[in-house]
Design a protein around this ligand. Structure first.
Ligand code: GA4
Length: 344
């Protein structure tokens, strides 16, 4: 006879469900080593599955990265009234708690800069803020952005090649164009006490506050680098948020809405957010690679088989998309108005 040493109910019942946050570590952020020959296929796979990946062996000099972090830290340590001399952030300047124009808020301060391949920061008030050495900040931004743009273009050419699109410069030429509407953003998330109810994150049951609410980026590709403070999370297709472990020596790439459209939905622009930390400051620097304003954005013919019927999106100019994006709330799905209605 079989004897049951434990109460029957205990032996027959299923093990308790693993809490979601204990299951997540098994999902790994795709890691791309740019020095390896297999990176092309791995990037395409990562863009299809996550719209997100981490890049190592990127060739961006460490000195450029640490110099810009030093300059950013110096800027954010200035008195509020000095930082506000950079002007309000609509669309370029210094922002504090308010994000966009339509009521979004976050536990954040930031500096938004317009950058073209021929960088011209003259129209910003930045030099007057950095009166001790006005050029230092500008040079740090210029050197950093130039290197990150180079890396972003390299990745975009690998993507085009991996998708067998000719010429392989289809995406990178948009970032290299002298009229490219690209944006550079410095973010500072100060430590956040858990009693800031306005910033409470209703979307999980811990006490973390929202630094930057969930959203997708409108551009083609975004390249983020942060200090070693955690906070970034990406939204997975299974409906869970995956925390991205910080790594100050690597870059994190996001597929933007425009690349989702150009690949006819084969790549997904990734929904992401930043939650705050109770103890540590997070500093991040993000390059948003965008096309020129007049550029027509539409699924590439080689991905629709040249057949307009299979195209999931209406054609639009980047100017039209950007105008519509700036009327939206952060969490909105900005592509909906540009989707073709499926024939019933
Ligand atoms: C998200 C990506 C970039 O940070 C940004 C953001 C912009 C802003 O902060 O002013 C937007 C946001 C971003 C998308 C929708 C609009 C515009 C805030 C907002 C509510 C600079 C961008 O280009 O779009």
């Amino acid at each position: 006879m079989v004897t049951l040493s434990k109460p029957v109910i205990e032996q027959l019942s299923l093990p308790p469900k693993t809490p979601i946050n204990k299951m997540l570590p098994s999902i790994k952020i795709p890691l791309i080593d740019l020095s390896k020959p297999d990176s092309k296929a791995l990037i395409v796979k990562a863009c299809e599955e996550f719209g997100f990946f981490k890049v190592i062996n990127h060739g961006v000099p460490t000195e450029f990265i640490s110099r810009l972090e030093r300059e950013a830290t110096k800027f954010f340590s200035l008195p509020l009234s000095d930082k506000q001399l950079a002007g309000p952030p609509n669309p370029y300047g210094y922002g504090h708690k308010k994000i966009g124009n339509n009521g979004d808020v976050g536990w954040i301060e930031y500096l938004l800069m317009n950058i073209t391949p021929q960088l011209d920061l003259h129209h910003h008030n930045l030099p007057s803020i950095f009166s001790d050495n006005p050029m230092e900040f500008r040079c740090a931004v210029e050197d950093y952005v130039q290197e990150v743009r180079r890396m972003a273009c390299e990745v975009l050419e690998l993507i085009a090649d991996g998708l067998r699109i000719q010429p392989t410069q289809v995406f990178s030429k948009l970032l290299k164009d002298e009229k490219s509407d690209s944006v550079f953003r410095l973010n500072h998330y100060p430590p956040c006490p858990s009693d800031q109810l306005e910033f409470k994150n209703n979307n999980n049951n811990n006490n973390n506050m929202i630094g930057f609410g969930e959203h997708t980026d409108p551009q083609i590709i975004s390249v983020l680098r942060s200090n070693n403070t955690c906070g970034l999370e990406i939204f997975l297709q299974d409906g869970n948020w995956l925390p991205v472990p910080p790594d100050q020596n690597s870059f994190f790439f996001n597929v933007g809405d425009s690349l989702q459209v150009m690949t006819n939905g084969r790549f997904k622009s990734v929904r992401h957010r930043v939650i705050t930390n109770k103890l540590k400051s997070r500093i991040s620097m993000i390059y948003f690679g965008g096309p020129p304003m007049s550029e027509r954005i539409r699924p590439l013919p080689s991905l629709t088989g040249g057949d307009d019927e299979t195209s999931l999106y209406k054609e639009f100019t980047w100017f039209e998309y950007k105008t519509s994006a700036y009327k939206s709330r952060l969490a909105d799905n900005r592509l909906v108005p540009f989707q073709k209605i499926a024939a019933s």
